[in-house]
Design a protein around this ligand. Structure first.
Ligand SMILES: [Zn+2]
Ligand SMILES: [Zn+2]
Length: 431
């Protein structure tokens, strides 16, 4: 049986996150979307952790369910933290990023039980305040984090979150490192999986042979309910085999089934550019300007694609042995909004979305599996758009320097019209 998982998400206690993110609403939305394994998020935040303890019921397999809920959604205890190593005199070698600055990296954490969280939180509190933000900032190195978490319970796991984002990604252009070994030092051996982030997809990982040994996972990193599951990792387990151990085991043994991906061009940091100067450039174009903004003459914010090109040792389009497939998708509410010309958060879109859920059970069923002709019976334009998305035929203006890309789900892509797309053969990862 397939399980769609959302392993990295946030609560209402994390910075810039919606007040409506409660465990109850996350449970309900996960069911509606078809997410079978849902991260609790932010388990280090004292108030949120109290809610987790009060509302969650252990299932005896390292996963939890919301008390009194019949959703069938399994919760996994999850968190995201930011390690910042202070630049002190005589600091340890290797903890400064390649720009010589203080290394700031975001990491996802999964643990198998509440007792482990108690100990993890006690340990992490020595490195920073856990109550300021659901995503705490900790004055420690990435290696110290892994050592601490793993030392408390070796069944816990840490993974680099949104590995390519410019500022907090382990490979980011504005900080970051060239390898996991530089970032995690001797603890790199305990890293099994790397999260793509919205601006990257697995085909971009395939360009680096040194990443072949890792599982590639995807998460929505949502700051509001509608964005839950905009990216996801799919596992397959036999009858009765679902457990915390089987999820982490699949990550360890590269047995993720496939990932569900945002179009990387839609992410906020795909291309290079300057938001204030309204400048967006492909890595090749940015190179022609020597990485300098033609408007303000300051350094461009280099995007994910740029970093991939910089580190790549394999051509575009080559798929390494054992690489898992992936599918691109666009959230259903955005598709409805786009084809109807209405805003995403309008009554019209809510009502249309509800009609689809009523008819097809879950959002992922509509996006990935339902027959196009059945979708067309509800809305012909939505059906056409979903068909385009399933075949990677949508047209996209890439995101840059914090500006989301713009997708037109009804317009055929430049690639389709014979020109070269911003990222080559996008369909290669599809089924
Ligand atoms: Zn993050
Ligand atoms: Zn500029």
């Amino acid at each position: 049986m397939e399980f769609i998982s959302e392993l990295h998400t946030h609560s209402r206690y994390a910075g810039a996150c919606s007040d409506r993110l409660t465990l109850q609403s996350m449970d309900a939305i996960a069911r509606e979307k078809g997410i079978g394994i849902m991260g609790t998020a932010d388990f280090s935040h004292p108030e949120w952790f109290k809610e987790i303890k009060k509302s969650m019921e252990p299932q005896g397999n390292g996963l939890y369910k919301l008390k009194g809920s019949s959703s069938g959604v399994n919760f996994i205890l999850s968190n995201e933290v930011c390690t910042i190593y202070p630049k002190v005199k005589g600091g340890k070698a290797g903890v400064f990023d390649r720009t010589g600055n203080v290394a700031k990296i975001h990491h996802g954490i999964l643990v198998p039980d509440i007792e482990t969280i108690e100990q993890v939180n006690e340990a992490l509190a020595k490195f920073g305040s856990l109550s300021i933000d659901g995503r705490p900032q900790l004055s420690m190195t990435a290696a110290e984090l892994v050592e601490t978490i793993h030392g408390i319970n070796e069944r816990s796991t840490v993974f680099p979150a949104h590995a390519w984002t410019p500022w907090f990604g382990v490979f980011g252009s504005m900080g970051g490192f060239d390898s996991l070994e530089q970032a995690y030092e001797d603890q790199a051996k305990r890293i099994y999986a790397i999260e793509t982030g919205l601006s990257a997809d697995p085909a971009m990982f395939w360009r680096l042979s040194k990443l072949d040994k890792y599982s590639v996972i995807s998460s929505g990193d949502a700051h509001s309910l509608p964005k839950l599951g905009r990216e996801a990792t799919v596992f397959e387990f036999g009858e009765g085999e679902l457990s915390y151990g089987s999820i982490v085991g699949a990550m360890k043994d590269r047995k993720v089934k496939y990932t569900i991906e945002f179009y990387p061009e839609e992410g906020k940091y795909h291309y290079d550019g300057h938001r204030r100067c309204n400048i967006s450039l492909s890595p090749q174009e940015a190179a022609r300007y020597n990485g300098i903004c033609p408007v303000c003459r300051k350094k461009l914010t280099l995007g994910v694609l740029h970093r991939v090109e910089e580190l790549a040792d394999r051509e575009e389009g080559k798929r390494p042995d054992g690489a898992k497939p992936f599918v691109h998708t666009v959230p259903l509410n955005e598709i409805i909004a786009s084809v109807s010309g209405k805003g995403v958060y309008t009554q019209y879109v809510y009502a249309a979305y509800a009609r689809f859920i009523e008819r097809f059970g879950t959002e992922f069923n509509v996006l990935l599996w339902a027959k196009i002709e059945d979708i067309a019976k509800v809305d012909a334009k939505v059906a056409e758009a979903i068909d385009n998305v399933r075949h990677d035929r949508a047209s996209i203006k890439p995101g840059y320097d914090g500006v989301f890309g713009v997708i037109d789900v009804l317009k055929a892509s430049a690639q389709e019209q014979g020109a070269k797309s911003s990222y080559g053969q996008r369909t290669i990862g599809g089924f």
